[in-house]
Design a protein around this ligand. Structure first.
Ligand code: ZN
Length: 449
């Protein structure tokens, strides 16, 4: 990954995949709705192959009261999280291929017994059609020079997405009603503050805002006019309608992936080291390289004492010129479009042979009636319990010698997570050193088997 040309290639690949592989069901209702899209792209060098292996769409997050102790509801359906969980399903399938002796998969035997490593030359790029909610979405509107260029000290040189010309300067800074736009994008109910009068402070007048609220009990937003509205670099919780959520913002979760990897706890039982994203590519949208860098990486930079194999990974951050066809900004431009709302459905797709698609609403398969909640038919393929069962299914086919010692004699989902000792140690260090107010899912919601 070098610059904007690569970013455009990644975006084009994802847009094409969205158009051709995702069903009508679950897509936004034309003229009425917009959605968010994210994906994981597998990149292989020599020969150079890039392919989408996981994709997610969605804008919603359910409130705390709708959580279930059986792990059968999708708590967080923002596109980034759907894409990441779909990616875990893809990896699990790759692991089953590797364990069955297939050579046509991304995993190869690692140096430790029963551990697997990524095939040399393979890496993963994350694409998102929009800036992740939370810290990365707090973007200075002006001066433009600051938001598009990385600091000169940066060794990598993510290219500026647009050369600064008068025409795109106008486009970037005059985004209509950006505040309301960001707030609604995150699904929150009401805009909580008024936009500052730009005439008063010509150059650094205001920031794009996020609907994600600071964690209760921690540092809060100042809510002062203009640039001082938000406190930057802090953990935030996703907004929900009415009932509050206990889901951290996508910025926070993505920062966590950059320390713990994005494979989750369970897969680490089989992996030599965590799987980090080599790059994060954004579609055309309000964007700040500085905000992204702070949100995803620099606020965790000082974390030390991580277990072997773990690091504070720094992905390349790039922006594409291409806009997602069903995103809010693209649809807003279309003529004759009235009031638009976020699409309530979420689509999950990943490169697996059986039932790669999964369309949900409110955390369950779309169309699930109240009565059917709790039945196997109501479950998303990527909810906690389904991923756990898929993981155990992979294990069932293993001989005693093939089973990692860490996985013997366990019962519940919680047991399996806790037994991922290095992963848990890395997570503890990250929490104790920087993410002290992270809201964790209560343990009694993880005790299913
Ligand atoms: Zn989000």
């Amino acid at each position: 990954m070098a610059g904007s040309a690569d970013a455009d290639e990644i975006a084009a690949l994802c847009h094409e995949h969205y158009r051709t592989e995702l069903p009508k069901q679950g897509r936004p209702d034309p003229g009425k709705e917009w959605t968010l899209m994210a994906a994981v792209i597998q990149v292989q060098s020599a020969p150079d192959v890039k392919k989408v292996v996981a994709m997610g769409t969605g804008t919603k997050c359910i409130g705390q009261s709708k959580l279930r102790k059986t792990g059968d509801v999708l708590q967080d359906s923002h596109a980034e999280i759907i894409a990441k969980r779909s990616f875990q399903r893809y990896l699990l399938h790759q692991l089953s291929l590797a364990l069955s002796g297939s050579l046509d998969c991304v995993l190869v035997p690692g140096s430790d017994t029963n551990k697997w490593a990524l095939r040399p030359g393979v890496s993963f790029v994350f694409f998102t059609s929009h800036t992740p909610c939370g810290d990365a979405s707090i973007i200075p509107m002006l001066p433009l020079e600051d938001q598009l260029c990385p600091p000169s000290t940066s060794e990598a040189t993510p290219l500026s997405p647009n050369p600064i010309t008068p025409s795109n300067k106008r486009k970037q800074t005059a985004c209509d009603s950006p505040t309301a736009k960001r707030m609604k994008q995150d699904g929150s109910d009401e805009e909580t503050g008024k936009k500052t009068d730009l005439k008063e402070k010509e150059e650094s007048a205001d920031v794009f805002r996020t609907g994600a609220k600071c964690v209760p009990g921690d540092v809060q937003d100042q809510r002062a006019p203009g640039v001082d509205y938000h406190t930057v670099g802090v953990l935030r919780v996703k907004p929900g309608r009415g009932d509050r959520t206990i889901s951290m913002s996508c910025s926070d979760k993505m920062a966590r992936w950059n320390v713990l990897g994005c494979q989750g706890a369970l897969l680490t039982h089989f992996l030599q080291r965590p799987i980090y994203l080599s790059a994060v590519v954004l579609g055309m949208c309000p964007f700040s390289w500085r905000s992204m860098e702070r949100a995803l990486h620099s606020r965790c930079q000082k974390v030390s004492d991580l277990p072997e194999g773990y690091q504070v990974h720094k992905p390349q951050i790039l922006q594409s010129h291409l806009q997602f066809q069903h995103g809010r900004d693209a649809l807003k431009k279309a003529e004759g479009v009235g009031k638009m709302g976020p699409c309530g459905a979420a689509i999950s797709w990943c490169a697996v042979p059986h039932q790669p698609l999964d369309v949900t609403a409110n955390g369950y398969k779309q169309g699930t009636t109240k009565k059917a909640i709790g039945t196997p038919q109501s479950r998303s393929r990527i909810c906690k319990v389904e991923l756990f069962h898929a993981f155990r299914h992979v294990m069932e086919n293993l001989s005693e010698e093939q089973t990692p010692v860490t996985l013997r004699g366990l019962t519940t989902y919680c047991d399996y997570k806790d037994a991922a000792v290095s992963y848990q140690e890395a997570w503890r260090q990250l929490r104790e050193q920087v993410f002290t107010s992270w809201i964790r899912t209560p343990r009694d919601y993880l005790n299913f088997s």
